[in-house]
Write a protein that binds this ligand. Structure first.
Ligand SMILES: Cc1cc2nc3c(=O)[nH]c(=O)nc-3n(C[C@H](O)[C@H](O)[C@H](O)COP(=O)(O)O)c2cc1C
Length: 203
């Protein structure tokens, strides 16, 4: 399909990075090195932040710790099922246990909510979401792929506690990081025609 002329005229490296990002459900090694991850998290923490609250937290899971956390995910799933009086199948337990195997690195991004701030909670949450997008785009700019995931565990108090959060805080993403072995890196060319209007005062 021919790319429209606007994209051809103004495409630069930043826009190419944004358009090339796509979610990859199974990520392989390599994942960002510790130096690269530090830079990626600096980029993430540079997200717009009303009131300079720095309302984002990044909890990194790598190697052995990923395996250990899988046990916490399974335990939390068991607790949720028990509280609903439902039974879990072997398949459900296996799936939960394998979640963190979908990528070499997982970063939980949380909104650390300052309940006493005059900045509304929703804005603190939005800032953490902006940090997620910065994180995955910074990773993409260093040639790493990602996927922003959530799921039931995201909203589970047991999980929040296990990663050092308080009840008022919110996990906004489990960012899976690594490399797309398919190497599909073609920038996308989404149409925005149906999404955009130019307001005119016709009164
Ligand atoms: C807040 C949020 C939570 C998401 N949670 C999940 C999820 O748990 N599982 C999933 O398959 N996709 C989830 N997605 C969607 C994917 O990250 C991705 O955006 C979607 O599959 C579209 O693919 P693309 O990013 O390549 O356009 C979530 C997206 C957002 C913004």
């Amino acid at each position: 399909m021919p790319r429209d002329t606007a994209s051809l005229i103004v495409m630069n490296d930043t826009i190419k990075t944004i358009l090339s990002r796509r979610s990859v459900s199974k990520l392989s090694h390599p994942a960002p090195s510790s130096k690269e991850l530090k830079m990626i998290l600096k980029a993430a923490s540079s997200a717009p932040d009303h009131g300079s609250l720095r309302p984002f937290r990044f909890i990194v899971f790598e190697g052995e710790q990923k395996l250990r956390f899988a046990k916490v995910l399974v335990e939390a799933l068991r607790n949720r099922a028990e509280s609903k009086g439902s039974n879990l199948t072997e398949g459900q337990l296996k799936k939960e246990n394998a979640k963190f195997e979908r990528a070499p690195t997982v970063v939980a991004v949380a909104a650390k909510i300052d309940v006493y701030s005059k900045i509304p909670e929703i804005e603190q949450l939005l800032s953490a979401a902006a940090a997620v997008e910065n994180l995955i785009l910074a990773a993409k700019s260093l040639n790493y792929d990602s996927m922003w995931r959530t799921g039931e565990a995201t909203y589970d108090s047991y999980i929040k506690k296990a990663i050092g959060l308080e009840e008022n805080d919110h996990i906004v993403a489990w960012v899976y990081l690594g490399t797309d072995s398919s190497g599909n890196d073609e920038p996308r060319d989404p149409s925005v025609t149906d999404l955009v209007t130019f307001w005119e005062d016709n009164t």
